[in-house]
Design a protein around this ligand. Structure first.
Ligand code: ATP
Length: 585
């Protein structure tokens, strides 16, 4: 269902914050500037009149020339001041929208951020917001001023001689025919243009992100269907639009200012009839030249209006995303255990992926979550970390409903080591220090040693100062994971949630990771989403998840006897591990 949207200009100006009120000044200055811009036309008209009446002198002409020049300088100065103000408003609005988006990103469920392709946020923050700049800085102040000049001039020509006024106007209905043809389907086409541009951006970000895979398989951009499709679509749709509209646009620009079409023959005829004096004739020829340029600019500025909504809509949509509400004040936490009480969850509000899950993960114990792919293991871990809110039942931590614990407090208690081992493009040292921004270099190194990553870091050209991006290709998945483990170690959280990487690491790396993990979790509550069952043989409890339900819960020995699903998984794991071992040898 389409929701009714507020007037886009009103929405834009609701972000003007500290620059509120400046736009009115900008519009007034632009308006006065345009009025001064009309001066040369009046000066020429006046001079013609005086020449005709025989009152003109060289001195008078010189004074008029200087007056016209001064007026043009004033026009430039005033429009400059207006532009300065409108740009201040424009950049303030852009800044405030970007801050609001960033603020919103921190308030929507973390899951929304993790699941949305990063290109989407780039488009939203950079492109959609950026395109609003021109509209606010130019269109808003120029629209009224571009209209004011023509309206003033038209009235003047009509006052001077209404017949000449009509004659000057003859091109307007004609040019409107061209304008209407040019604007046919403009709104839809503009929406397609913007959408296809955004899609191309998002596909490009994905293409660059996946370039390693594309190169590895010896493929070019054509192989990346989504990217080439979006580039071709953008090319085809914009070209088709241009082909359809260029003739009408050229016609509009040519016909509208051709006021001589009407004023010359009509004026000449009236003059010969003796009902129009020469100075008036000249005035009615010259003044319309002044207003037509403004009218053309006004027409194009109006077209830009339809640029606003398609750029503002996705921004408003994101700002309307429901927030994860959490209290501000820290709450008192009891024993750091998790409790799932009849927990249900759905990502999209339609398909439930967790049904009635009940368990307790006790403090200081290792709780492993296992199950077939897609059964809901990572979802349980994400609910524990507060990335999403349960859609039914209660997830509690430390005796409190997780929704009553401030996000910062919960994050202070939990270290979440994800599968994809995200490293920021900062130095390795800074990446580790993120676990505890107050940690000294010595503490960072101590954590790196404990996580078995000191040696390979020292082998990088700039050691701890190497940028993660530069080191990117030289770090194995296991090494990246150990860096994130070092980061988690610094955090000194009471709970570690470890979403184990699915791939088999080589035996040496695997042993180092396991050693790092065992140091990390000493004395802490560990929740591990396990894909490699050998790592959890000694877990205090293993939760077996099957199609979003808790199928069984117990220690390994019990489950091997009582849970057919676990037994099958264990047998499969052993045969796969044996095969992987043989392959490695
Ligand atoms: N962001 C999402 N939006 C919609 N559905 C999702 C989302 N993430 C996961 N799912 C679905 O939820 C179900 C459980 O997914 P989940 O990632 O928790 O499974 P998993 O057991 O951890 O799988 P794997 O072992 O393959 O990582 C799956 O059907 C999955 O397709």
């Amino acid at each position: 269902m389409k929701t009714k949207r507020e007037n886009p200009l009103k929405v834009l100006f609701s972000f003007s914050g500290e620059a509120r009120g400046k736009m009115t000044g900008s519009v007034i200055l632009a308006f006065i500037g345009e009025m001064f811009g009309m001066a040369p036309y009046f000066v020429v008209t006046l001079l013609a009149k005086e020449l005709y009446e025989g009152t003109a002198t060289v001195e008078r002409a010189a004074v008029m020339a200087v007056t016209a020049a001064v007026c043009m300088c004033l026009r430039a100065w005033l429009t400059g001041l207006s532009s300065m103000r409108s740009h201040t408003v424009s950049f303030t609005i852009l800044k405030n929208i970007r801050c609001a988006l960033a603020d919103k990103m921190a308030k929507v469920p973390m899951g929304v951020m993790l699941e949305t392709p990063s290109g989407t946020f780039k488009t939203l923050m950079v492109d959609n917001v950026g395109r609003l700049e021109d509209i606010i800085a130019h269109m808003v102040p120029e629209l009224p001023s571009n209209l004011a000049g023509p309206v003033f001039s038209i009235i003047l020509v009509f006052v001077l001689d209404w017949r000449m006024g009509l004659a000057a106007f003859i091109t307007v209905p004609l040019s409107l025919v061209f304008a209407v043809c040019m604007m046919r389907g403009y709104k839809e086409k503009m929406a397609v243009y913007l959408r296809s541009g955004n899609e191309m951006n998002a596909a490009l970000v994905e293409y660059v992100g996946g370039i390693q895979v594309i190169k590895a398989f010896g493929q070019g951009s054509k192989s990346f269907g989504e990217f080439s499709r979006s580039v071709n679509f953008f090319h085809d749709s914009t070209l088709a639009w241009w082909r359809q509209s260029w003739f009408w646009m050229a016609g509009f620009k040519a016909v509208l200012p051709s006021t001589l079409l009407g004023t010359l023959p009509v004026g000449a005829w009236l003059y010969m009839q003796g009902t129009l004096e020469l100075p008036l004739f000249l005035a009615c020829i010259i003044i319309p030249f002044g207003f037509m340029a403004g009218l053309i600019k006004f027409g194009f500025a109006l077209g830009q209006l339809s640029y606003m909504a398609p750029n503002l809509d996705p921004i408003q949509d994101f700002l309307a995303t429901p927030e994860q509400r959490r209290p501000e004040k820290p709450v008192k936490l009891g024993e750091r255990s998790f409790r799932f009480d009849r927990v249900c969850f759905s990502y999209d509000g339609k398909k439930e992926v967790l049904h009635d899950v009940n368990f307790t993960a006790r403090t200081g114990q290792i709780t492993a979550i296992v199950g077939p792919s897609g059964s809901g293991k990572s979802t349980i871990a994400k609910l524990m970390a507060g990335f999403w809110d349960a859609t039914g039942g209660t997830v509690s931590f430390g005796g409190q409903d997780i929704q009553n614990i401030p996000f910062d407090q919960l994050m202070g208690e939990i270290s979440y080591v994800a599968q994809d081992n995200f490293l920021f493009d900062r130095s390795i040292r800074e990446n580790i220090r993120m676990g505890d921004p107050s940690a000294t270099d010595a503490e960072v190194e101590a954590a790196a040693r404990a996580a078995n990553c000191h040696d390979f870091i020292m082998n990088l050209e700039q050691g701890y100062d190497t940028l993660a991006g530069d080191a990117g290709d030289r770090l194995s998945g296991g090494e990246r994971q150990r860096i994130t483990i070092a980061r988690a170690m610094l955090k000194k959280a009471s709970v570690i949630i470890l979403d184990e990487a699915t791939a088999f690491a080589d035996p040496e790396s695997e042993a180092q990771i396991q050693q790092a993990i065992s140091r990390l979790v000493r004395g802490k509550t560990l929740i591990v989403v396990a894909h490699r069952l050998n790592t959890i043989q000694n877990a205090d409890q293993i939760l077996v998840i099957d199609q979003g339900r808790l199928a069984a819960c117990g220690r390994q020995e019990e489950l091997l006897n009582t849970c057919p699903l676990y037994r099958t998984m264990w047998e499969q794991y052993q045969s796969t591990a044996a095969f992987a071992g043989k392959e490695a040898n």
